[in-house]
Design a protein around this ligand. Structure first.
Ligand SMILES: Nc1nc2c(ncn2[C@@H]2O[C@H](COP(=O)(O)OP(=O)(O)OP(=O)(O)O)[C@@H](O)[C@H]2O)c(=O)[nH]1
Length: 409
């Protein structure tokens, strides 16, 4: 995920709107300034025209009567009027009277009035020149433009502020959705996304996004549940298959006894336990007598049946879940007897021998008389495993040597 900080869309939009609104305000302000310039200029011209026309008759009399003081007084009064910067009266006899601000002397822009002879119509006795007060002109223009621009500025700022507030309120849920999605983790994937839009809110694109996301979440949730069920079912199947494989790998398929592989795996543990807790441990090697003859006489299948019956006799005589019977190879079996002394093992072997001998088997409706020989050995503390097994095997060999159907050890 990107570490670059996320900016607010509302703030960015508000900034853009402010920029565009300022540009528009400046453009409108420029056009309005031109318009106002013309307007103020015309207003000044009208003022000068009105003032000039009002004073010309009075000046006419003062000039005709040759009264310099009256002329100056009137010119001063004229110059003190709004919009008038400087006035100059030039009489036909060459006298010049001036009043007002000398900086405003721009007679190229001056408005000229003829001063008529009050006694003879149509005759001119002087010229009155009035120059506009440029400072007052620009002051008035600046004030009018400034007020206008200030109004636009305030209006623009107010509108931008209100737009920002509205945008923040409308786009607020987007930030909430973004924060929610950002903090989603695999464990919280199905946490429902909820956005409170208020009671009078009308459904819009943000709601569509939220609804789409919720549909996606439900889909993912369903998919995860399906996967969970599938995984659980597959796990059960696998565990079953594993148990079967484990049983197959440790069990002899013909007799159901443990096989040699399991014996090799577990016998060391039994020895270790006997050593650690100083407990007795014995094994009995059991071997069907003249088994080859049974095979040869009755067939291999009958031989298999005899082996099953022989192993069943062994299992019937031992303790469940304590002793364990192993098919060691061919017609040879080993019975492992934890917590059992040599005497107890001998007695057990004798019981089995008697049971095998005294219960003739009926295989394929034919009676088969079976006997078995046994070699018994108790584990001596510290003895090598192989030596102990070897001792039991030797006792079995001796039992065979001594005529079979007996227990040695
Ligand atoms: N039917 C059958 N026969 C087996 C099986 N495994 C080994 N055998 C046979 O068991 C016979 C064992 O013969 P031997 O080792 O001579 O022993 P025995 O005939 O029992 O003679 P003693 O042990 O000396 O009494 C062989 O003929 C093997 O073929 C099996 O799984 N099924």
């Amino acid at each position: 995920m990107s570490e670059t900080p996320a900016h607010s869309i509302a703030a960015r939009l508000a900034r853009r709107i402010l920029l565009y609104a300022t540009a528009c305000a400046l453009l409108i302000g420029g056009v309005q300034t031109l318009h106002l310039w013309q307007e103020v200029k015309q207003r000044f011209a009208r003022s000068i025209e009105a003032v000039g026309l009002t004073h010309v008759p009075l000046l006419s009399v003062a000039v005709w009567d040759i009264e310099p003081d009256a002329i100056r007084r009137q010119l001063n009064q004229l110059a003190s009027q709004h919009a008038i910067g400087h006035v100059r009266l030039v009489t036909d006899v060459g006298r010049v009277f001036e009043a007002g601000d000398p900086d405003a002397l721009d007679y190229a822009e001056a408005r000229r009035f003829d001063v008529p002879n009050p006694t003879r119509q149509g005759e001119r006795i002087g010229t009155l020149e009035i120059v506009a007060d440029t400072r007052a002109f620009y002051r008035e223009l600046a004030t009018t433009v400034g007020v206008g621009l200030l109004g636009y500025g305030v209006l623009t700022l107010l509108m931008c502020g209100m737009i920002l507030v509205a945008l923040r309120r409308e786009l607020g849920p987007l930030r909430h959705i973004a924060e929610f999605v950002k903090t989603l983790s695999p464990e919280r994937l199905t946490t429902p996304l909820t956005v409170d839009r208020g009671p009078r809110h009308q459904r819009d694109e943000i709601d569509l996004v939220v609804e789409g996301f919720q549909i996606l979440q439900r889909g993912i949730d369903g998919h995860i549940r399906d996967l969970d069920h599938q995984v659980a079912a597959r796990t059960r199947d696998l565990e079953g298959a594993l148990a079967s494989i484990r049983a197959l790998s440790t069990t002899d398929t013909l007799t159901g006894c443990f096989n040699r592989r399991l014996f090799d795996e577990r016998i060391a543990d039994e020895v270790e336990r006997a050593d650690r807790y100083a407990r007795p441990l014995a094994i009995v090697f059991a071997d069907a007598d003249h088994f080859k003859r049974i095979n040869d006489t009755w067939g291999h299948n009958a031989g298999d049946e005899v082996l099953r019956a022989f192993s069943a006799s062994l299992k019937a005589q031992v303790r469940d879940h304590i002793d364990w019977v192993v098919r060691y190879g061919g017609e040879e079996f080993v019975v492992v007897l934890p917590e059992t002394t040599l005497d107890q093992a001998r007695a057990l072997a004798e019981r089995i021998r008697v049971a095998v001998e005294s219960e003739p088997l009926t295989i394929n409706d034919k009676p088969i008389h079976l006997t078995a020989s046994f070699g018994v050995a108790q584990y001596s503390p510290g003895e090598a495993l192989a030596d102990w097994i070897d001792r039991a095997d030797k006792w079995l060999y001796l039992a065979k040597e001594q005529g079979r159907n007996r227990v040695c050890g």
